[in-house]
Design a protein around this ligand. Structure first.
Ligand code: C2O
Ligand code: CU
Length: 579
């Protein structure tokens, strides 16, 4: 069982236990004896099962189990300890066990709330708040059911509530004091003296574009979705003028995966102000990384990218040989882009398919009719890629894979989520059952260039209630906090930095650090064994633990966020900061 499915199973069992205890309490209150006893039995079994899931999660990593061990387990024990003996004494009047059963229900459900609303890290405040809630609810139920209020219970209630208040406030103050992101810091930036050799102008505006045979409302660069393909050769100096005609939410250009100087990175509020309607901004940087990249707005990025403000950035090492095809995949107004394309390929012609996922969720790609190699991921060439046949590829949000092959005499077809997107003729193959490539074991390995790390950071990805805003929200969190309250990771120029990224939530988080490519060291404790993988976008699935490292060689303040842009907007954004 994977840690991801353990997390899900544990959640389901916890819900079941709470519901069964509460249901049993309610049933006994109305004297439905068999029902009450049956539900209590289910609750006991579920509690037993939870002992197994919690233990397994703790073994997978403390991040997955902290609040379950510290808060849920004691409360579950209290539940069994209080309700169990009363049930065994089998009272003549089943109503006598109503309050103990309800107590058990409150105990398990408040622990569940701690997991769902508070998550990681576990805190004394959350635990005490949970206990206080249980005691209060039990007292109220006792009153309502006319049971004799227990002295001890009342005392526990007062003490727990008081302690919760004190620690709760303490914790809020402490975390509220986390260093904010300074927005007025100046970094030395390598100014580009050279004259631009490639000039482009991108004008953002509302537009009506054709998607899958239907006209849809979009936000577009130069009235097209995707925007113009920006191509350059290594060594070129790019100058891109961005104009905003009428995008009220503002626009910027972020060069996804391109490790530009910080002030060219296009993050509003961090590296520049958003470009408002009628304004412009000029980006200038040297194209010294060859490969497949893309650009997109970073202002209101979730809606902006979804509506169409993105395009391809392609930097070639030299002249084109053979067929060089970009396939930027996107979903516009519910319709898949690009439109299917068919072109003839002479047998023997080298073909490079540059697959780009510009959506916020993972896509599945399958190339049928030929053996192929993955030449590059996220713009960086792989070492010793071997031929693959009938193998599917998962590309995370923001990620790019370059597939290469020599055109065979027979047709070849690229499917994205089962839809033919690029072909050299008709291919009828069902690719659904193909195994999926694991890039961590693909290609030829090379030693990790560092033996020690100057800084190590752990990011635990989760969900939680964010109360620090005017309107509370159910945020996507990192280490229990949501943007803008997540403390930045501070590094020095030259540091070798290790990030451990843990996903204890129920959804995939495609992780994306700006300004740097990270080297994947391990996933779930298993070291990467294939070609060195220098990524800027990688899917951290539920229950996964990734270890990635990089050298801090690009000073500035860099966004570090989930590239499911709805998650990024809902709190999952933090910053890497050079001191
Ligand atoms: Cu492609 Cu900060 O994003
Ligand atoms: Cu996410």
């Amino acid at each position: 069982m994977t840690t991801g499915s353990l997390l899900a199973a544990d959640l389901v069992i916890a819900v079941l236990a709470s519901a069964a205890w509460l249901g049993g309490g309610a049933a006994s209150a109305v004297r439905r004896r068999p029902l009450a006893l049956g539900l209590a039995a289910v609750a006991l079994l579920a509690t037993l099962a939870r002992a197994v899931t919690i233990t397994a999660l703790a073994r997978a990593g403390w991040w997955f189990a902290a609040e379950k061990v510290l808060i849920a387990a004691p409360l579950s024990l209290a539940a069994v300890g209080v309700a169990g003996p009363r049930l065994l004494r089998a009272p003549g009047d089943i109503r006598a066990v109503a309050v103990p059963l309800l107590f058990a229900g409150y105990a398990t459900s408040s622990a569940l709330l701690v997991t769902v609303l508070h998550g990681y890290p576990a805190s004394a405040g959350a635990g005490l708040l949970a206990v206080a809630g249980v005691v209060a609810a039990t007292l109220i139920s006792g009153r309502a059911l006319d049971a004799r209020p227990s002295r001890t219970l009342s005392r526990v209630a007062v003490v727990a509530a008081g302690a919760a208040l004190v620690t709760g406030t303490g914790l809020t103050v402490a975390s509220g004091a986390a260093p904010g992101v300074p927005h007025d810091h100046e970094y030395p930036v390598a100014r580009i003296a050279a004259e631009p050799t490639r000039r482009f102008t991108l004008t953002a505006g509302t537009a009506t574009v054709n998607a899958g045979g239907r006209d849809v409302a979009a936000w577009a660069f130069n009235a097209q979705v995707p925007g113009p393909e920006l191509t350059a050769t290594v060594g070129d100096v790019l100058e891109v003028t961005l104009r905003n005609r009428d995008i009220g939410r503002g626009v910027t250009l972020h060069w996804h995966g391109y490790d530009v100087p910080n002030d060219q990175d296009g993050v509003p509020g961090v590296t520049q102000a958003a470009v408002r309607p009628g304004q412009e901004f000029v980006y200038r940087f040297r194209a010294d990384q060859a490969g497949t990249y893309w650009y997109h707005t970073h202002s209101a990025s979730d809606v902006g990218v979804r509506m169409g403000l993105y395009g391809v950035l392609l930097v070639r090492p030299g002249p084109v040989t053979g067929l060089d095809v970009t396939v930027p995949v996107h979903t516009l107004a519910g319709r898949p882009l690009p439109a299917p394309r068919v072109e003839r390929a002479e047998a023997g012609v080298p073909v490079r398919l540059r697959l780009i996922n510009t959506d916020s969720t993972t896509h599945r790609y399958a190339l049928a009719g030929t053996a192929f190699r993955v030449a590059a991921i996220d713009g960086v060439d792989l070492r010793g890629p071997t031929p693959l046949v009938d193998t599917a590829i998962l590309i995370p949000a923001g990620g790019r894979y370059d597939l290469v092959f020599d055109a065979p005499a027979t047709p070849v077809s690229l499917f994205v989520d089962g839809r033919a997107v690029y072909s050299t003729g008709a291919v009828s193959t069902v690719t659904d059952a193909w195994p999926v490539l694991d890039p961590l074991g693909y290609g030829a390995s090379a030693p990790v260039p560092w033996s020690r790390f100057d800084r190590t950071f752990t990011l635990v990805l989760d969900r939680g209630l964010d109360l620090r805003r005017l309107l509370p929200r159910y945020a996507h969190t990192v280490n229990g906090a949501a943007d803008p309250d997540i403390p930045p990771q501070v590094v020095r120029l030259g540091d070798v930095v290790l990030f451990t990224i843990v996903n204890r939530s129920q959804v995939v988080h495609p992780w994306h650090l700006h300004g740097h490519h990270v080297l994947v060291l391990a996933r779930d404790g298993g070291p990467a064994t294939g070609s060195p993988l220098w990524l800027d976008s990688f899917d951290v699935r539920p229950g996964e633990v990734w270890k990635v490292a990089f050298r801090a060689d690009n000073p500035g303040m860099w966004a570090n966020h989930c590239h499911n842009l709805a998650h990024a907007d809902a709190g999952m954004t933090l910053h890497l900061l050079y001191s």
